[in-house]
Design a protein around this ligand. Sequence first.
Ligand code: NAI
Ligand code: OAA
Length: 325
Amino acid sequence: MKSPVNVAITGAAGQIGYALAFRVASGQMLGPDQPVNLHLLEITPALGSLQGVVMELNDCAFPTLNKIVATDDAKVAFKDCNVALLVGARPRGPGMERKDLLLANAQIFSAQGKALDAVADRNVRVLVVGNPANTNSLIAQRNAPNLNARNFTAMVRLDHNRALSQLSEKTGVHFNNIRKAIIWGNHSATQYPDLHHATVDGKPALSLVDQKWYAETFIPVVQQRGAAIIKARGASSAASAASAAIDHVRDWVKGTADGDWVSMGVPSDGSYGIPAGVIYGFPVTCKNGDYQIVQGLSVNDFSRQRMEATHKELLEERDGVKELI
Ligand SMILES: NC(=O)C1=CN([C@@H]2O[C@H](COP(=O)(O)OP(=O)(O)OC[C@H]3O[C@@H](n4cnc5c(N)ncnc54)[C@H](O)[C@@H]3O)[C@@H](O)[C@H]2O)C=CC1
Ligand SMILES: O=C([O-])CC(=O)C(=O)O
């Protein structure tokens, strides 16, 4: 039997947390042969509700669930954690942009960065889901100077999956046969969903759809999907966000499929002219528990303009939290 992996989930009694904890506990993230210790963090007033989640998790009798720690102390939750899923943060409501949450949520990520720095496993893999995810990930990273900076990532996988879903609906081809979509940049309305390298049943995606649909329907629909879900449900995406978090960490730890890539918000290494350090959505492949930014893709003017616009927004967000990074 493998030794257990410690997985911390913040905001574990919230909408996403409630979907995510059960999927992690049941082995859907790290595999059916990998026991997990769940470290669940909530704010003090939510501890009662968190206790209910703990009771339900125990009642599932998952073979892969070894132990649960439920706490309102970040240093207890992050102690020796190998994977940290930073979900706990305020969600937006109708009419807001995700960056409107920055002031409300930024403090959470500076405090949690410090707590991770103090007590987490030195190779902890961090996924920030709480919005605005890229900038919150940067804040956590900058507050954890003793951890591996590459391991601070932000979730654009939901956007990636949304791109597959839209293209599948348009072409009538199942997502399983769609490869190499890309989400560049920020998890926001400026993100750039790029189909220039995508294939559908092995054919170039852009040879199957017209440019007008790509530019005027596909891109805005993917960019605005979060807002469309809020309008329809009266609450932001939760099960699909949890599912994307599972996909992100599973692929990072266990590797991406041959001949495909996924999108992850990761610190730039200067690739594609995005200055080093910015946490930006890139196409990546994963192997042996590490990720690599896909190199050598051609970028035309249409793409370059959009990649710059989303980068510019990230710089503006960063300027807004200068004192925390
Ligand atoms: N990156 C992405 O693709 C997506 C990101 N999100 C974001 O994820 C975040 C969570 O969304 P929901 O679960 O729907 O919100 P929610 O309000 O249902 O749950 C958030 C939970 O976090 C807890 N929390 C607040 N501060 C905390 C702290 N300092 N430590 C630990 N827990 C804390 C709250 O008590 C609450 O239970 C939001 O910021 C939302 O905008 C949502 C969907 C997709
Ligand atoms: O739109 C929101 O506020 C929640 C979110 O990030 C998403 O669904 O992509």
